[in-house]
Design a protein around this ligand. Structure first.
Ligand SMILES: [Zn+2]
Length: 86
């Protein structure tokens, strides 16, 4: 018997999507900024557009997350409220 098993349980598992460059730490998606990620948002923003069979995001292909359309929509609403003309 060795302690190898205990050590392997403690190690930080880092997976990177070979297609999108997204990072998973111990199975949790993490944004490049280090903030806690959201696989559904990642899918809407990146993987659904850029991903292919190499993409490892389990939420790839699912709708309902954040998208650029939604973000642009929010931006234009904000600019309406502030009366800013682009
Ligand atoms: Zn991906």
């Amino acid at each position: 018997m060795t302690n190898d098993r205990e050590f392997s349980d403690l190690k930080l598992e880092r997976k990177e999507c070979p297609k999108c460059g997204a990072i998973w730490m111990n199975g949790n998606h993490t944004w490049a900024t280090g903030a806690k990620g959201n696989e559904r948002d990642l899918a809407g923003l990146v993987c659904n557009k850029l991903g292919d069979s190499r993409c490892i995001n389990p939420q790839r292909g699912f709708e309902g997350g954040d998208t650029w359309e939604k973000r642009l929509d929010d931006l234009s609403k904000m600019s309406d409220e502030k009366d800013v003309n682009f």
